[in-house]
Design a protein. Structure first.
Length: 327
């Protein structure tokens, strides 16, 4: 993902402050505002095993880098297809081509989709990207910036989460069908002129065609960097502006479950451009659960050793309970 502004930083900050003042203050705190007017049913849960998810994360990283179009990506795709099929899920690939402008490199890409209850036409999406950036562009040591890195949390954590959640597919209660989606080409970039989000843009285009066949997506939750140590998930600004109803649903559930990594009283320091933006632009309300303060972001140190189970556990509790309640 990238932290480029959609508007000027000063204008954006002003709009956020004015909007927040109007929306929630001074009558009550944001947490109270989310939690009012509802008496929630008991939260349904599944025995999500965050330690096993971390083992999956290590197995993903053992492949090495998973840059779009690489041998590492192909190995990951084969591993994931085998895993999701073993859990009884319907697995397919959306195959397409994408070009990196700076190098004029065109590669074959593929979004992986594992469907729970594929017969249902009304669906929700839990998604992540599963490609890795070609270079560690945030390294403080400039000599290391051209080196590839494992992207354990940045990409790997979302995939590991979906792998573990798939093991409990039969226990998840949801009136909607569920698409577990791994986007390709989120970080197929080397230079500022290069495009991000190839996979999610392709998915959004295909979703418009799927709508003609009666398949409707209620919403999408994007998972990005959810396994760092001491994770924090403030409300991501683009998520709030583009899909406020979904933000309220998720963060109300987090407050109730005392999932303290979800910071309902804070906004992200910047509006994050990520795979949820093309989905929103394509008509699918989508939010980004992201710990953008992860200190190893785009560095050689983004390894399994710097990941922990806390975020995986809290995200699972919140999303499983939320899926049980949405109508």
């Amino acid at each position: 993902m990238t932290s480029r502004w959609l508007w000027g930083a000063g204008l954006m900050g002003t709009l956020v402050c004015v909007f927040l003042a109007w929306r929630w203050w001074p009558q009550e705190s944001r947490a109270d505002a989310f939690a009012q007017d509802r008496v929630p049913a008991p939260a349904h849960q599944v025995p999500f095993d965050s330690q096993r998810a971390l083992k999956d994360l290590s197995a993903i990283c053992a492949i090495g880098t998973r840059v779009s179009g690489s041998a590492g990506m192909q190995k990951q795709q084969e591993m994931l297809e085998k895993h999701f099929k073993a859990q009884g899920l319907d697995v397919s690939f959306q195959r397409f081509q994408a070009t990196r402008k700076s190098t004029r490199t065109t590669v074959e890409m593929a979004n992986l989709i594992a469907r729970i209850n594929p017969e249902k036409q009304n669906r929700i999406i839990l998604c992540t990207h599963y490609d890795t950036r070609p270079r560690a562009d945030q390294e403080t040591d400039r000599a290391k910036r051209d080196a590839p890195f494992l992207s354990a949390n940045d990409g790997g954590s979302g995939v590991a989460f979906l792998m573990e959640l798939a093991r409990h597919a039969k226990s998840i209660k949801c009136v909607y069908g569920i698409d577990l989606v791994c986007f390709d080409g989120e970080e197929f970039v080397l230079d500022q002129e290069d495009d991000y989000f190839h996979g999610s843009r392709h998915f959004a285009t295909r979703a418009r065609l799927d709508a003609q066949r009666g398949i409707r997506y209620r919403c999408a939750v994007l998972l990005d960097m959810i396994a760092g140590k001491n994770p924090r998930f403030p409300i991501e600004q683009n998520s709030w502006f583009k899909a406020p109803r979904l933000v309220e649903e998720i963060y109300t559930t987090a407050i109730e479950l005392k999932a303290t990594s979800f910071q309902a009283n804070k906004y992200s320091s910047t509006p994050v451009e990520d795979d949820h933006v093309p989905l929103n632009n394509g008509g699918i309300p989508a939010i980004d659960l992201i710990d953008f303060d992860y200190p190893h972001w785009h560095k050689m140190s983004d390894t399994p050793e710097n990941c922990a189970p806390e975020g995986l556990d809290q995200v699972s509790r919140v999303l499983v309970a939320w899926m049980d309640r949405i109508r």
